[in-house]
Design a protein around this ligand. Structure first.
Ligand code: SF4
Length: 371
């Protein structure tokens, strides 16, 4: 029920990672990376499927050597979501995974080495129609740039990126996206802002090695939030020392907060206080867990009393306002029914699922009418 996002996105050139468009007017994609051993095909496939279930648009897999490249080929055959192979140092791995059906190559032309090797990778990417991500990272800047700048700086990150971009430019290859990641929020934000004015290619945003679930979420939200508010960013990866599924959830929550993407339920809940007429925190946690499978966008407010309940309910698809002896449920902003505290979560879940089905049906009818 909320208005569209007021953010005006930087218009970038569009590329495709498998069937996922990145850049241009495509929705900002959310990606993560497996942390299983790539040689363990079953475990890696299992984790990719979990990520896909959580809504991942793209998944990256580390391919450190030729054995991992062979495993990558088997993994690729068993999953649907587009896969990016993360490759360093050995250009032959890039050539191999290109043959095995990779959807994007993440390389650092700087550590792939000689010009002829980069040329071989680019020509394989061109031949197979695969884009490249140039992934610059403050922790692995080229030695000469470290020497020139003394320490990683935004200018050093951008110079490194532009060096790689010029490399691809000389080879007349434009199907790429770029990241300039740093664990320091100020550095990453300044580097991305600068880079965004220099190139037309899509930008992959990330605050690298952001931290654990809570601290990394906060750091990433601040860094990526500033950039996204500027309209910068075409695909995001939240780096957390946590289950990669959490990265996907946090990524979508960020985009939902800025109304850049709608997926699943957007909850509005009060922090609760002594005025609450039902246990807001427990109700909220249970609903969030039970309704994780819902992909249809829906706004739901869960508010403990009449101070803010009716106001919030007017802006949501379903709104619960705590009351005594019963709580009031609003549907589409209008009072609809009363729910008692016993079975509150069960009853509310049912109402939400009914509304989801109704929305899905409306969408199906609209599609049917338009064909
Ligand atoms: S909406 Fe009511 S219960 Fe919730 S925090 Fe405010 S006053 Fe407390």
């Amino acid at each position: 029920m909320h208005a569209p996002s007021p953010i005006k996105r930087r218009l970038s050139r569009q590329i495709h990672v498998g069937n996922v468009a990145v850049g241009g007017d495509a929705p900002i994609s959310v990606q993560s990376m497996t942390n299983t051993n790539t040689l363990d095909v079953d475990a890696t496939v299992g984790q990719i499927q979990q990520l896909e279930k959580a809504g991942a648009d793209i998944v990256r897999v580390s391919v450190p050597d030729m054995d991992a490249a062979a495993a990558f080929g088997k993994i690729k055959q068993r999953v649907d979501v587009p896969l990016v192979a993360d490759i360093h140092f050995d250009y032959k791995i890039a050539l191999r995974v290109a043959e095995l059906g990779v959807d994007c190559l993440r390389i650092n032309p700087g550590n792939i080495g000689r010009e002829d090797r980069v040329r071989a990778v680019v020509s394989a990417a061109r031949h197979h129609g695969i884009p490249i991500r140039i992934g610059v990272n403050a922790g692995s800047l080229e030695k000469d740039l470290q020497k020139k700048y003394g320490e990683p700086t935004p200018a050093a990150l951008v110079e490194s990126a532009m060096r790689h971009i010029d490399h691809l430019d000389r080879l007349d290859f434009q199907e790429f996206k770029v990241s300039v990641k740093a664990s320091d929020v100020f550095m990453a934000v300044a580097a991305y802002r600068d880079l965004a004015t220099r190139i037309e290619q899509p930008l992959h945003l990330g605050i690298t090695e952001a931290g654990g679930l809570r601290s990394g979420t906060v750091k990433s939200s601040i860094g990526l939030g500033m950039l996204l508010m500027d309209g910068i960013g075409d695909t995001i990866r939240v780096s957390l020392a946590a289950d990669p599924v959490e990265e996907i959830k946090v990524g979508f929550d960020m985009l939902k907060s800025l109304r850049l993407r709608a997926k699943g339920i957007n909850f509005i809940a009060c922090p609760s206080c002594s005025r609450q007429n039902f246990d807001v925190i427990s109700t909220m946690n249970q609903l969030e867990e039970r309704l994780e499978d819902v992909m249809t966008p829906l706004d739901v407010s869960v508010i403990g009393c009449v101070v803010n309940g009716p106001g919030e309910a007017k802006e949501t698809d379903i709104g619960l306002t705590g009351g005594s002896p019963a709580n009031l449920v609003y549907i589409d902003g209008k009072p609809a029914s009363k729910l008692r505290n016993d079975h509150l979560v069960d009853d509310l879940e049912k109402l939400i699922r009914d509304k989801v089905r109704q929305k899905e049906q409306q969408q199906e009818n609209m599609i049917a009418r338009s064909v």
